[in-house]
Design a protein around this ligand. Sequence first.
Ligand SMILES: [Zn+2]
Length: 104
Amino acid sequence: MISVYSHLNMNDVDDKDLILHSLKTKKEVLKPLTQIQICPECKEENAPIAVYCVKCDSLLPQTRPEEIAKILKENQTLQARVEHLEGRFETILKMKYAIACERQ
Ligand SMILES: [Zn+2]
């Protein structure tokens, strides 16, 4: 019996099966959660979108401009959604205030 919550999908089961039958290695199956960039100069771990190393300021070779552009575009989209929701929230607060004033 599993005493801790565990979420498995068919890909997890397939991967375990492939490892069990030596068709894949654990290293091939286990994917990193984020694509950390390792600095070639000092071996420091850097954020996926870092252009320069945080430790030695070297230019990181794995920096992909298209990925940075994609992340920036997603951030702009999220910012626009937050601003839209803030505007709607303010409208709701004004309506609530107006209703409260009418009742008095
Ligand atoms: Zn470095």
